[in-house]
Design a protein around this ligand. Structure first.
Ligand code: GLY
Ligand code: MN
Ligand code: MN
Length: 529
C-alpha cells in the first residue's frame, strides 16, 4: 500500500506528469532511470580517496601449474609457427543488465588451471618462438618460455585503481560491485604464466601475421570480440591451418587425464556421492511437496554450490514416467511412494571438473518385483560394460557389451520382434527402442568431454590408461508403449558410473555409491532411519 501523508487521495495529490515522449532518450541509457548516481566532483573525489594501500600479491602457485605447462607444450608442438589464441570468454547476458555467472571456456581452464569464475575477458596466447620469427612480444627471459615452440602470455584486464570511475560505478567490472579482480602479479603467481594488460592484446596478435609468416588461430565460439579482432587481422591471409583443427586438438588434448585431473575427478565424484545421500535424506520432504522433483534438484544444487563450484550440468530429477524422458530437466513433477526416481547429477568442483552419476531409487526405499527386474537388467549391462572397459579393447566395445545384455533381456521378456542376434546386427537394432542413447562418453571439464575429438580417437580408439568416461546403460518404457506388457510401462532406469582406466583394468570412481538393488535399499534405509 502507498503511504499517504496528507490524507488526500492520490488523484488530487499527485502533480501533473508531462505526457511521456517516446524516443526522447537513447535506449542504452535507460537503465539509469531507476536510480540516481551522484556525479558531483566532491563525491568522486571523496569516494576515490582514503583507502588503505593494497597488499603485495600473496597468491600461491596453483597445484595445477606444472601440469598446465605440460599441456600447453603438447598443444604448441602441434602448431609450430602459429600464434594460438585461447579466450576465457566474456559475460553472457541473462536479462538486460544482469549476467549469468561467469564460467571460463574449458580449453582456457585446461591450459591455465584457472577455474570457478576466473577470469572474464582474459585471453591466453601461445606466441610462436621459432627461429624464423624471433622472440614473441615482450619476451626476453627464458623462464617464461613454456615449450620449445611457444611462449605463453596471459592477457587480462587487471584490477583497476581506486582512483578510477570503474572502481565505484561499473556494476559489471567495478570493485565496489563485484569485488576486486586479481592483479597481473596475482595471476602470474597463480598460473606460472607471464601476464600482460588486455590493452596490448591486439598489437600482440597482429605481430608478424601475414607477410611475417605467423599464422593466427583462435578457439571458435569462445569470445566473439576476440574472434572479430583475429578475423580482422588475418583478413587477407591464406587460411592454412584452420581454427577447427585447433578446436579438435584442444578436445583431443583432454582424452587422457593427468594425475592432477584424476585427483580433481575424484573430488568431484566424492562430492557427488555425498550429494546423493543428501537427496535420499530429502525424499520425505520431496514426497510431501507438490513439486517433489524440484526438492531433489534444489537439494543437490545447494550441496553442489556449498561443496563445489556448481552442478556440472542441469540436474535430472525424474520420477515415475518422467524417467523415460532422457534429459528431463523440468523437474516440476510429484515424487510418489511406489515409483522409481531417476537422479542424474554431478558436482563440478572449483577447477571445473565434473562428475556425472545416475542412480535410480525406489522412492519408498524398496523395489517392487518388476522394478527390480528392470533394474537388474540395466545393472547387468553395466557390469558387462565394466568388464570390457580395459586397456587394449576399443571404446566402442563398451557399448557393444552393454547392448548384448540389454538385447538378451528384452528377448527373454518377449519384447523383441526378431531373434536377439538379428536385433544386435547393424540391420536390426530393435532393442534400441528402449535405450536410444549411447553407453559411454568421456568426462572431465565438460560433462561430455572431448566432444570434438576425431572418431578414430574416440569411438574407434583403443582404450588407454588415464581415460575417464561414463558407463550408463538404461531401459526406458514409456507409459503409452503398446509393445511392452502393462507392468513395465512408466518405468525408466539408468545407472551411471564414472570409470578411470588403469594400467591393468579400470576403477569405478563412483563405486562408493551403492548400485546393487539390495545395497541401494540398505543404504537408503540407513539414511532414512
Ligand atoms: N547427464 C548427462 C549424461 O549422462 O550424459
Ligand atoms: Mn548423466
Ligand atoms: Mn553421462
Amino acid at each position: 500500500m502507498d503511504v499517504m501523508t496528507d490524507g488526500q487521495t492520490p488523484e488530487t495529490s499527485a502533480p501533473a506528469q508531462p505526457a511521456p515522449q517516446p524516443g526522447d532518450q537513447p535506449l542504452e541509457s535507460r537503465g539509469s532511470n531507476r536510480s540516481q548516481r551522484p556525479d558531483s566532483r566532491a563525491f568522486t573525489e571523496f569516494i576515490t580517496s582514503g583507502w588503505g594501500p593494497r597488499p603485495a600479491t600473496t597468491a600461491a602457485p596453483s597445484p595445477a601449474a606444472p601440469y598446465t605447462a605440460v599441456r600447453r607444450a603438447r598443444l604448441g608442438a602441434q602448431f609450430p609457427g602459429a600464434r594460438v589464441v585461447v579466450p576465457a570468454g566474456s559475460f553472457k547476458v541473462r536479462s538486460n543488465d544482469t549476467d549469468y555467472r561467469f564460467r571460463p571456456h574449458s580449453a582456457f581452464a585446461h591450459l591455465t588451471g584457472l577455474g570457478a569464475e576466473q577470469e572474464p575477458d582474459a585471453v591466453l596466447v601461445l606466441h610462436p618462438v621459432d627461429d624464423a620469427h624471433g622472440d614473441a612480444p615482450g619476451g626476453e627471459d627464458g623462464e617464461a618460455v613454456t615449450s620449445a615452440t611457444h611462449r605463453a602470455v596471459l592477457y587480462v584486464r587487471p584490477l583497476a585503481g581506486r582512483d578510477t570511475e570503474e572502481f565505484f560505478s561499473d556494476s559489471r567490472y567495478g570493485e565496489f560491485w563485484v569485488g576486486a579482480r586479481p592483479t597481473l602479479d596475482d595471476l602470474a603467481s597463480v598460473t606460472g604464466i607471464e601476464t600482460a594488460h588486455l590493452d596490448g592484446l591486439r598489437d600482440a596478435l597482429a605481430k608478424d601475421v601475414g607477410e611475417g609468416g605467423v599464422q593466427l588461430l583462435v578457439v571458435p565460439d569462445a569470445d566473439e570480440t576476440v574472434e572479430a579482432v583475429v578475423e580482422e587481422i588475418r583478413a587477407a591471409e591464406d587460411a592454412g591451418l584452420t581454427d577447427a583443427r585447433l578446436a579438435e586438438a584442444l578436445s583431443e588434448l583432454r582424452l587422457l587425464k593427468d594425475e592432477h585431473e584424476v585427483a580433481q575427478m575424484r573430488e568431484a565424484v566424492d562430492a557427488t556421492i555425498a550429494g546423493f545421500a543428501e537427496v535420499v535424506r530429502a525424499l520425505p520432504r520431496a514426497t510431501a511437496h507438490r513439486r517433489g522433483e524440484r526438492v531433489i534438484e534444489s537439494t543437490f544444487g545447494a550441496h553442489a554450490r556449498e561443496e563445489g563450484n556448481a552442478v556440472g550440468y542441469e540436474t535430472i530429477a525424474a520420477s515415475g514416467e518422467h524417467a523415460t524422458t532422457l534429459h528431463w530437466t523440468d523437474n516440476d513433477g510429484q515424487v510418489r511412494a511406489g515409483e522409481l526416481v531417476l537422479v542424474d547429477a554431478g558436482v563440478e568442483v572449483d577447477s571445473l571438473y565434473t562428475a556425472d552419476v545416475t542412480r535410480t531409487l525406489p522412492v519408498d526405499g524398496t523395489f517392487t518385483d518388476v522394478q527390480r527386474r528392470v533394474y537388474q537388467a540395466v545393472l547387468d549391462a553395466a557390469d558387462a560394460a565394466f568388464a570390457v572397459a580395459v586397456p587394449g579393447n576399443r571404446f566402442r566395445d563398451v557399448h557393444a557389451a552393454a547392448m548384448e545384455v540389454i538385447a538378451a533381456r528384452l528377448g527373454e521378456w518377449g519384447l523383441l520382434p526378431v531373434p536377439v542376434e538379428e536385433a544386435l546386427s547393424p540391420e536390426g537394432q530393435q532393442h534400441r527402442r528402449w535405450m536410444v542413447h549411447g553407453t559411454s562418453h568421456h568426462l572431465g571439464l565438460d560433462v561430455h568431454d572431448c566432444a570434438l575429438a576425431r572418431r578414430e580417437l574416440y569411438l574407434d580408439a583403443v582404450i588407454e590408461p588415464g581415460m575417464v568416461f561414463t558407463i550408463e546403460p538404461g531401459l526406458y518404457f514409456k507409459s503409452d508403449d503398446l509393445l511392452v506388457p502393462e507392468e513395465y510401462r512408466g518405468i525408466g532406469v539408468r545407472i551411471e558410473d564414472d570409470v578411470l582406466i588403469t594400467a591393468d583394468g579400470n576403477e569405478n570412481l563412483s563405486a562408493a555409491l551403492p548400485r546393487r538393488p539390495d545395497d541401494v535399499e540398505a543404504w537408503m534405509a540407513g539414511l532414512l532411519g
